[in-house]
Structures are given as C-alpha cells and as structure tokens.
Design a binder for this molecule. Structure first.
Ligand code: ADP
Ligand code: MG
Length: 832
C-alpha cells in the first residue's frame, strides 16, 4: 500500500499511441512497457485461444491479420454501433472496452515499475473530444480498475509539462498537436503561475494516418499495379486485397517516419491476396512526394491555428512560442512550413520535451495536484492515535500557502487543548512553524514556507497539554510550488435543438468549468398520457452553429407518453438543467412543472450512429452541386472575401477529402464518422461562402424593410408601436453588426411580422390582403363561389368590417392552389 495522497499518475490515451508517466517530486518519469518502450500502440489483438494482446504485438499483427486486430478505436468511443467482432475468438468488444484494455496494460506497467496497484489516474482527452467521448473515456477507465479519474485536455497537459516550473513567466503559447488521428491547436495564457487554455480550434479527423493513406492511394497502389499485372484491382476496400492494403498502409507509415531523417525511403514488401498468392513489390519513396501529399493537411492545421488566434483577436506576434506535440511534428516539412512567416505562423517552435510523451508527463504533473478521495487516504484508526485532515492546494505558485487542518481523536471527538507544530527539516535552513494551539474544535491554521524546484514535505507534530508527543496519522503534508491551470474551459457550446432548425443555447463556448445552467423551454407537441407516439423529444447539441443541423447531436431528452401522469399540452414548460464538471462530464435533466410529481429524465449520452451510405452519397452530390453553383456566382459577382473562402476549400481539398472518405466508408463502416465530419466541414465552408455572397443582398433587404416599416408605423401605428420601433431597429443593427446571416434573416422576418401586426391593428391589413387576393381570382377553384366571396368581401371592406373580411380572406386563400405572394405593405403608406 502506498502513502500517496494525490493521484500522481498521468495517462495519455492516444489514438495511435498511449503513454503513462508518474510524478516524483517535480520530475516526471515515463514508465516503460514490457517491450522497453515509452509508448504503447493503442492496438488490440485477440488470438484463437482468446488471449488478448495490447501494444506492439497487436500493432504488428494488424497487417497480417486485420480481422482479429483493431487500432484507432479511441475516436469511436461514445458513438453507438461501433462494436468490433474478432472472429478467431468469437469475441466482440466496444471501442470503450478496447480502450479499457489499453488502460489495463498501462496500469500493469505501472504496477511492474512502482510495485503498486493504482486505482486512480489522470487521463487526457483531445480538446476537441465531444462530450460523449469524455463520458466513454471515464467508463473505460472504470473497466480497467481505475475507479477515480480526472480528465484533462491534451493541450493543457502539454502546457503543464512546459510551464510547471515557470511560475514567473507571463506569456501566451500555442500548443500545436498533430498526432495520428486528431489535430488540436490551443492557445495558453500564463500569468503569475497560473495558466489557462484561452482558445482552441481542432479537428478530430485530421492526423498522420491521413498522410499514410494518401501515400498508399496516390503512390503505392498505382506503382504496385504498374509493376505487377496480377495486382489489378488492388484497392482500398476490396475484400480480396484487405491484407495487402493493410500491409501497404503500414509500409507507408514506416517510410514516412524514415523520411523525417532521410531523403528517400524504400518500400520493399510482399503483398498477399486472399488465395495465398504472393507478389514482391518495391518502390522508392522520395521526400518531395511525401511533402506534396502532406501539404493540404499541414495547410489545414495552419488555418486552424489562425482561426484559434482570430477568435481571440490575437495575432501571431502575441504568441511567444509554439509547443510541438504529437509524432507527426517530427516531419521536417511540417516544421519548416509552420515556422515560415508567410505560409505558416512564423512563431519560434519549441520541442524541448519529446512530442510523443509530453502529454503523459504533463498529465502526471497535473495528477500531482489532484487529491485522492478522502476515504481512500483516511488512515486506519489505531487505538490511541489521532487523525489529521487538511485543506490546502497540493500545488500552487504560492511560496507560502495557507493550510487549514483539523485533528480528531479515534472516537471522532475534537482534539482540543493540544497543539501542533509543522516542520520542514529538509529545507535550508530547516523551517518550523512554531507551536500552534488547536481551537476548541481541534482546528488550526498555518502559513507554510515552501521552496521552489522540489516537492516539500512537512512533518506535523502533535503534543498534548502535558507536553507529551501523541501519535498522528498521517503526520506529513506535501506541497509543490508550481504553475496550475485555472478552471478549464468548455471547448464547444451546448444547446438544444428547436423547431425550424434553430438552437437554444444553454452553455456558451469557453464557459469555465464546472458549470450549471437552467433554461425554460416550451413543448411543441401534446403528449397524451398513455397514448402511443406522443413524445417530448429535445435533441442536445454540441457546437456553436446557428443552424441546428450543423451541430453534433450528443443525446436526446425524451419524455414519452408512458412516463407522464397526465396529458402535457403543447406549449407546456420544460425546465432543462445541464451540469458539466471539470472533467467535462455532462448531466442533463428535464423537469416538467406541470406534472406534480418531480419528473426528471437524464440524457443518455451516446452519439448518433453514422448515417447510411446511400444517404451520404446524396448529401455529397448536393454539396458538390452547391460548390459548382457558388463558383459560378463568384465568377459573375466579384467578391474578394467569398473568393478567399472558396480558395480555402480548394487549398484544403475539402471535396477531394470528402470523396475519399465516402469511398473508404463504403467498405469500412467505421470510416462513416469521418465522412460525416468531412461533409460537415464542406457544408460549413460553403455556408460561409454563401453567406458572404448573399450578405449584401440580405442587408439591403433588411434596411429597405426597416425604412418601409418606419413609414408604416408613422402612418398607422399606435403610440406603443412607435415606442417598440427602436427595439426592432436595434435588433437589425445588431444582426448586421454580427455578420451572422442566419440571425439577420430571422430578425428581418420578425420585423416583417411586427409590421403585419401594426397594419392589422390599424385595420388596413385585411383590405390589403383582400385586394391582393382578388388579383389571383382567375386561378381560384370553384369560380362561382369565388365570385360570391369577392362580392361579399368588397361589401365588408367598404363597410370597414374587419372580422368579416378576415374570414372571407381565409376562405378565398383556400381556393388557391398555393399561397399568393405577400401584398406590398408600403402601398398603404403611399395610398394614405
Ligand atoms: P496520437 O496522439 O494520435 O496517439 P502520436 O502523437 O503518437 O499520435 O503520433 C502518431 C503519428 O505520428 C502517426 O501518424 C505516426 O505515423 C506519426 N509519426 C511518429 N513518428 C514520426 C516521425 N518521426 N516522423 C513523422 N511522423 C511520425
Ligand atoms: Mg496525442
């Protein structure tokens, strides 16, 4: 049993590679695995005899035996329908269970090194990890015997590694993490020994493996087919060539890694088809080829960094250095491009810590500041011994932190009348607090004196009124001077989807965690007790886009008819509460005040399974057509911003990437999530172009409507209408200012509705609608009925009978095959 009081263990559970480190004093040690490596491939292999292997043996097996191995499962955690079947053993594992196996392996490595069974760890997650995946990570840890976990964002971990002992630095850093499967750019601000992630931009589907696949598809497969005619048909996704393609992928990665040092690398392998045919294949890969293929991905990463800076209103000049994280950052081309002031960022790069293990090291440092649960560290009560409980930060930039402690006797009573003294013999000179008398409740407060650069240990001596020293457990405190992260930040906003593709925000992006918010909503359907089908269904969305369908649905709150004690009519209030803790674990609950009994439901945070392939293809075609149309519009209507945005779509090859992802998803269902992500990226990019192109027109419409409404209100409005007008004017001005096209559309619509209400109250709307309708009399069904209605309508209009005319209008409209264009509201001003 160890005497640990803080977690001290940090795990980087990576998409490609994982690592574990322990904090010793102010130094971290990366714990090597059985093979003597500092990183463990996040890969699983289950053999015929149901033995499960993790790490290198599994990774090496992936090519030869793709069916019974699995890698890169981390990103699928928390998404439904992603189970992996291992035919040789007959087992099926979820991505979360596979991650648990990786965690178990790391935990065993810790046991071997420290001779200690750990039950707690800090586990890192990508900053862009969605909330479902965070939840799944914690469950995986539980399965691996890690009962107590704290999740930490990977960039924050890297910042801990670089900033821990830099308590006097005031600066901004950019953490650039290009790994195997994810990319993250995070801006960190350090100030007086505290740092925080102040901005972030990332992509869960951008990583080194995309480069590997490009090498396979663009270079190796064509070369192999040219060299060996029997290889015709060799393609990603063709079941016949599965093992061969997997071997090429592995060879591509090995060659890519070699090209970080050399200028050429040979691919010299044997390709096997499913009938056992064997074919020699040789190809010399050149660095220039690799750079050409990697360029769009590097460009995308640079753009994401720039976006992260833009969103903060910061420039590259504000950033002191770029901290390099992730295996792919070893690539010389990537470093050159990043350091280039024109095509890259032009900020000095820092790779002082190994980019492959810096996240685990930082996690261990953070772990050193996380106390274990109280009941784990509670000493076994020995007869006659006293118990000490203390409250203080385990790590802080403070040289003299304050400790508050309480001493109790074995029977739980306060140890009043006694005194304590704290000493640090190891400090130079030795430090003593002097004797401190305990209060009647057995409490004391003391200011410690700590030395920077190491872990300080203070011994606590308890003395009774007779001057006799008494036994105290524990009788030591540890404290380290170091930088700490202030409250972590929520990377994506959280909201709920409403009708009309709108979003009701609940927690804004960048909110400090933990956070708790409550918001009232109104239901839109009636749920009758017991009736089948009636359902209050509220999608919970992660993302900050104004259009609901551009965000990710991470769960749904459902209140079904079988769960309500009485009918809940449409328009009833539902009070939603969302809570997100510092590890970004979410709880959402709904409360329906109308139902007397306390009624709550908790969302099951499991992401939607990926869409089916046929649907995906249709969506892709629609976006392809939209891109072509936008190009044409851009050509005929010069707009430099839209041009720039379109150029970005090309530079990052978004459509090409989407096509390739969709093609890959045809055969590998687990690629569907990436395809969906690529589709969303393209949609968002095109939304931006479209908004840019339609923006001037939208603004013109909004402003001309505003002019009309001013005239209308002057001519027909009541005093209160005139009072309301500035509110609408401000709404429109605000939307124009925000450059948010969706917002402006909605506000313009609201203004139009307001104008309609003004006219209706003034009694001019119905005649206006009537006159408009009569223009379409030729198109009306039931001619004689229409003629009669129009005659009645003319009479009602001339007599000023508003309500009668309203009914007639409704009837007339129902005779038309489709609603007519709205009447020109301003005609009432010109006429009056
Ligand atoms: P993750 O965070 O996804 O687990 P890592 O940080 O371990 O990823 O990085 C893995 C990626 O880095 C892989 O795509 C691998 O091919 C790439 N990589 C590792 N070493 C090098 C190297 N020396 N040069 C180029 N790429 C490398
Ligand atoms: Mg990583």
């Amino acid at each position: 049993m160890s005497s640990r009081t803080t977690i001290d263990i940090g795990i980087d559970l990576g998409t490609t590679n994982s690592a574990v480190a322990v904090l010793r004093g102010v130094q971290t040690e990366v714990i090597k695995n059985n093979d003597g490596d500092e990183t463990t491939p996040s890969a699983i292999w289950i053999d015929r005899r149901d033995r499960l292997f993790v790490g290198r043996p599994a990774r090496e097996r992936c090519e030869r035996d793709p069916d019974n191995t699995c890698a890169e499962f981390k990103l699928r955690m928390g998404t439904a329908g992603q189970d992996k079947h291992f035919p040789a053993s007959g087992r099926t594992l979820t991505p979360e269970q596979m991650s648990a196996e990786v965690l178990s392996a790391l935990r065993a490595d810790v046991t071997a090194r420290l001779e200690e069974q750990i039950r707690a760890a800090v586990i890192t997650v990508p900053a862009a990890f969605d909330l479902n995946a965070c939840d799944a990570t914690r469950r995986a840890a539980g399965l691996a015997g890690l009962e107590f976990t704290r999740l930490l964002q990977e960039p924050a971990a890297a910042a801990h590694a670089y900033g821990f002992q830099a308590t006097d630095e005031n600066a901004m850093w950019l953490v650039y993490d290009f790994g195997g499967g994810t990319f993250d750019a995070a801006v960190i601000r350090l100030r007086d020994g505290e740092f925080s992630v102040v901005g972030h931009c990332g992509d869960n589907f951008l990583g080194g493996k995309l480069v590997d696949w490009r090498i396979v598809e663009e270079l190796l497969i064509p070369a192999a087919v040219r060299q060996v005619p029997q290889l015709a048909g060799l393609a990603r996704g063709n079941p016949r060539w599965r093992a061969a393609v997997a071997a090429l992928k592995h060879a591509a990665e090995t060659a890519k890694i070699r090209l970080s040092r050399a200028h050429t690398a040979d691919v010299d392998i044997e390709l096997v088809d499913d009938t056992g045919g064997r074919y020699e294949f040789f190809h010399e890969l050149r660095r220039a080829d690799l750079e050409r293929l990697a360029e769009p991905f590097v460009t995308r990463s640079v753009n994401l960094c720039r976006t992260a800076l833009d969103e903060l209103g910061a420039g590259t000049g504000d950033i002191e250095k770029v901290i390099m994280v992730g295996g792919q950052t070893a690539m010389p081309f990537l470093r050159e491009r990043l350091a280039d002031p024109r095509d890259g960022l032009g900020i000095p790069l820092d790779f002082g810590h190994d980019p492959m293990t810096v996240v685990a090291r930082g996690a261990a440092i953070f772990a050193g500041a996380q106390p274990l649960p109280d009941d784990w560290t509670a000493p076994v009560s020995e007869p006659g011994a006293f118990t000490l409980r203390c409250e203080y930060p385990r790590v802080s930039p403070d040289l003299d932190p304050v400790v508050v402690g309480r001493v109790t006797a074995a029977d739980g009573t306060a140890a009043s009348g006694m005194s304590v003294e704290l000493l640090n013999e190891a400090s130079d000179p030795p430090w003593h607090s002097g004797r401190i008398a305990l209060s009647a409740r057995g409490e004391f407060t003391s200011t410690l004196r700590a030395e920077p650069g190491r872990r300080n240990t203070f011994t606590v001596v308890l003395t009774d009124p007779t001057g006799t020293r008494r036994r105290l457990t524990p009788d030591q405190l540890t404290y380290t001077v170091g930088a700490v992260e202030t409250e972590p930040m929520l990377t994506h906003a959280l909201g709920v989807g409403l009708t009309d593709n709108q979003v009701r925000p609940l927690v804004e992006r960048g909110a400090r965690l933990p956070v708790r918010r409550t918001a009232p909503l109104r239901t839109t359907v009636t749920v009758e007790r017991g009736a089948s089908g009636g359902l209050i269904r509220i999608p919970v969305l992660e993302g900050e886009r104004a259009r609901a369908d551009r965000n990710r649905t991470i769960g749904r709150i459902e209140v079904g008819a079988d769960r309500v004690s009485r009918t809940v009519p449409a328009g009833s209030e539902v009070r939603l509460t969302v809570e997100i803790d510092a590890s970004r674990l979410v709880k959402v609950s709904a409360f329906v005040p109308l139902l007397d009994e306390a009624f709550e439901t908790t969302v099951n945070l499991v992401g939607e399974p990926a869409v089916d392939h046929a649907e995906l293809l249709l969506d892709v075609d629609a976006e392809r057509a939209r891109l072509a149309e936008l190009r044409t519009r851009c050509g005929s209507l010069p707009n430099p911003v839209a041009d720039l945005l379109l150029r970005r779509v090309d530079d990052e090859d978004l459509l090409g990437e989407l096509d390739r992802a969709v093609e890959a998803a045809r055969h590998a269902p687990d690629e569907a999530a990436r395809a969906a992500k690529c589709l969303l990226d393209l949609r968002l990019a095109l939304d931006a172009v479209e908004d840019e192109l339609t923006w001037p027109e939208l603004v013109r419409q909004a402003e001309s409507l505003l002019t009309e409404v001013r005239d209308l209100v002057t001519a027909h409005g009541s005093p209160s209408d005139r009072e309301d007008l500035p509110l609408y004017e401000r709404d429109i001005a605000e939307a124009v200012e925000s450059r948010d096209a969706d917002l402006l559309r909605r506000r313009t619509e609201r203004l139009r509705e307001h104008a309609t209400r003004v006219l209706d109250r003034a009694g001019v709307l119905q005649p206006l609608i009537f006159d408009n309708l009569t223009r379409y009399r030729d198109r009306m069904r039931h001619r004689s009925r229409a003629d009669r209605l129009i005659r009645d309508g003319e009479r009602a209009r001339d007599a000023g009978e508003q309500e009668g005319l309203r009914t007639i209008n409704i009837e007339l409209q129902s005779l038309l095959p489709e609603p007519p264009p709205p009447p020109d509201l301003t005609s009432t001003v010109r006429a009056s």
